[in-house]
Ligand binder design. Structure first.
Ligand code: PMP
Length: 287
């Protein structure tokens, strides 16, 4: 299981292939995507590949071959690895070149790698809720690009882990942006709020799907900023991300959110989201 990888355009045995002067390895000069696999089917693959193209364009990295071919190769990889529940991890670095900060003068070939990883959804946390911590957002100002530079996210998640929390929610000054590896929604009365999709956050694929879903369910969802005290006094808080799906947050640091149990809006949205996943992963289509 999971023994094959995609290296550029070839599916091969998983082995060490990265050069010590790969710019992804040395500078974090590259981009990535994580795609959820449910019941052997890729969920929202086209959306992930579209975001990959956007990240590539912003950093002037060339995707080495057509996105249609890449899609075929990723689906083939899932099939060959027999992955049922998990994720595809895909990254493209600018390539291998003598170590200088600026882009290589001579055109270098980008290095594309993808592999699969078994991973279950966090069912227990989805059903019962989980805790989070608050920490300062110390990232750069292009959080909209899905780059390999994840040190502030790593440090945030580690801090959360040390406190037995699932996530670190970031605040930039008084504004809640997102979390270390997920987007954050709050519910106040009958209105949902989430930070607008600008350079302060990654526009999550799950986030977008949840917004669409709220519109379908006739829930009032607003892409507006909200403050730390809005978060802590919210009726409900939940986080969204690939394969984590939707996890209710019932306590942040020492503060209970609402009644300290998953709220009714969150539960309803989670149910609808699970239905979409179930329908999509039972279809004959590929994504
Ligand atoms: N924000 C950040 C910083 C993330 O790392 C992630 C996970 N990739 C998300 C949000 C959620 O994005 P998605 O729903 O596309 O997984």
């Amino acid at each position: 299981m999971g023994t094959k990888m995609l290296f550029n355009d070839s599916i091969m045995d998983r082995k060490k292939v990265i050069d010590i002067e790969d710019r992804g390895y040395q500078f974090g000069d590259g981009i990535y995507e994580v795609v959820g696999i449910y019941n052997g089917r890729a969920f929202l693959l086209d959306e992930h590949l579209e975001r990959l193209q956007r990240s590539a364009k912003e950093l002037k990295i060339n995707i080495p071959y057509s996105v249609n071919r890449l899609k075929e190769q990723l689906l083939e990889l899932v099939k060959i690895n027999g992955l049922k529940e998990g994720v595809i991890y895909l990254q493209i670095s600018r390539g291998v070149a003598e170590r200088w900060h600026q882009f290589p003068v001579e055109e270098v070939a980008p290095v594309l790698v993808a592999y699969t990883k078994e991973e279950e959804t966090l069912k227990e946390e989805e059903d019962n809720g989980a805790t989070a911590i608050l920490t300062q957002d110390i990232r750069w100002l292009r959080c909209d690009i899905k780059t390999l530079n994840l040190l502030p996210n790593v440090l945030g998640k580690q801090k959360a882990t040390e406190k037995q929390a699932v996530e670190a929610i970031f605040h930039r000054g008084d504004i809640i942006t997102e979390a270390s590896a997920s987007n954050v929604f709050i519910v106040k009365g009958s209105v949902l709020y989430t930070h607008p999709a600008n350079h302060f956050i990654l526009n999550g694929i799950t986030r977008r799907k949840v917004i669409d879903l709220c519109n379908e369910l006739d829930l009032d969802v607003r892409e507006e900023t909200y403050s730390v005290s809005d978060l802590l006094s919210a009726d409900e808080v939940f986080i969204t991300a690939t394969k984590l799906d939707i996890v209710p947050i019932i306590r942040i640091d020492e503060v209970l959110i609402g009644e300290g149990i998953p709220g009714k809006y969150t539960t309803r949205i989670l149910q609808a989201y699970r239905d979409i996943i179930r329908e999509t992963s039972n279809e004959n289509g590929v994504s």
